[in-house]
Structure formats: structure tokens, C-alpha cells
Design a protein around this ligand. Structure first.
Ligand SMILES: Cc1cc2nc3c(=O)[nH]c(=O)nc-3n(C[C@H](O)[C@H](O)[C@H](O)COP(=O)(O)O)c2cc1C
Length: 168
């Protein structure tokens, strides 16, 4: 798959095979997150790589839409400490990791942690940390939705030329 196709074909996956992600693949995924840029290079993100079942369960309980997380063979929580645009930086790291994983046939989906204190305590993070997003990874149990099937607003709703609804 070329780079463009890897990026646009990436769909979110919440059902996984019971097959671990090999250590070298985990390392490349996390490295892709580490190499994401950050505002003023403040590097506020820290990654917690979770494969322990109990930790996955405790952590999943901190989000409202994360019941599938304990079945993901690998979970990476993106914690942030300080930073001026930390949520944006976390998003960049998350997408880098998900696209790098997709290029190796590893599916993924982000989750929100609606109860932040719960997430911080589940992972033993410092009290001033936040967890804007985490990602569940694994080999897909089903084929992904095709690109045209992905629910997206029409092109003209997304893309504007020069000004809002500007003429071309
Ligand atoms: C910031 C963010 C938070 C998300 N949180 C959750 C979540 O808590 N649980 C979940 O199952 N999916 C979550 N998602 C996944 C979205 O539902 C998904 O990206 C969207 O439905 C598009 O999926 P598709 O690319 O496969 O069409 C989240 C996505 C983003 C970007």
C-alpha cells in the first residue's frame, strides 16, 4: 500500500483477533508516536504501553465508550504533562501511531477517558498528568469498512475555497 492509500483507507477497528502484536511492531508503532512533532517541541506526551489484562480492564472503566478495550491485545495510553498545545500534540502522536500500525496490518481505534482521575490512578501517573486519548491496537477480526462506506460529510461541507463557502 502506498502512503496516501494507507492514510485514507485507515478505518477504526474495535474487534480484534486474540493474537499479540509482536514486540518489534509495538516498538515501531510507539516510535511513530514519539517522532510526532509538538508545539515548540515541548514534547508533553508520554506513552503507557498496556498489555496486562487487569490494567486494561481498570483503565477501560474510565471511559464511557471503551467496553471493547480489554479485548484489544495492546493499548497505548497517551498521557500529557504540561505543554502549550498538549491535546493537539497527543492527537498527532495518536494518528502517527495508528497510521504506522495500519501500514503493518494492525487495526486500532482511539478512546476518550471521560473520568480523568480514574485514568490517572489506573496507570499510576503523576497527579498533574492528563490522558486526552488512548488507542487500542490489534489484528482485525473482520475486514475494514471500505473508504466509500466510511460515514463522512460531503466534500463541499468539508472543503472551502479562500473563504467559507467561497467560489472556486
Ligand atoms: C478524539 C476521539 C475520541 C474517540 N473516542 C472514542 C471512544 O471513546 N470509543 C470508541 O469506540 N471510539 C472512539 N472514537 C472513534 C470514532 O468513533 C471514529 O473515529 C469515527 O467513528 C470514525 O471511524 P471510521 O474512520 O472507521 O469511519 C474516537 C475518535 C476520536 C478522534
Amino acid at each position: 500500500m502506498d502512503t496516501y492509500h494507507t492514510i485514507i483507507s485507515k478505518r477504526d477497528t474495535r474487534a480484534f483477533l486474540e493474537k499479540p502484536v509482536p514486540d518489534d511492531v509495538v516498538r515501531r508503532i510507539v516510535q511513530a508516536g514519539r517522532m510526532a512533532g509538538s508545539s515548540k517541541n515541548t514534547q508533553p506526551c508520554r506513552f503507557v504501553i498496556i498489555d496486562d489484562q487487569r490494567v486494561k480492564e481498570e483503565f477501560a472503566a474510565c471511559g464511557d465508550f471503551a467496553t471493547w478495550i480489554p479485548q484489544a491485545p495492546l493499548v497505548v495510553a497517551i498521557a500529557v504533562i504540561g505543554g502549550t498545545r498538549a491535546e493537539f500534540d497527543a492527537g498527532r502522536a495518536a494518528q502517527n501511531m495508528m497510521v504506522a500500525a495500519w501500514a503493518e496490518d494492525v487495526g486500532s481505534c482511539p478512546i476518550s477517558l471521560h473520568r480523568q482521575t480514574c485514568a490517572v490512578e489506573a496507570l499510576g501517573l503523576p497527579g498533574d498528568a492528563g490522558v486526552p486519548v488512548a488507542v487500542g491496537f490489534g489484528y482485525r477480526a473482520r475486514p475494514p469498512k471500505s473508504v466509500p462506506e466510511a460515514a463522512r460529510l460531503p466534500w463541499d461541507d468539508y472543503a472551502h475555497h479562500n473563504r467559507w463557502h467561497g467560489d472556486s
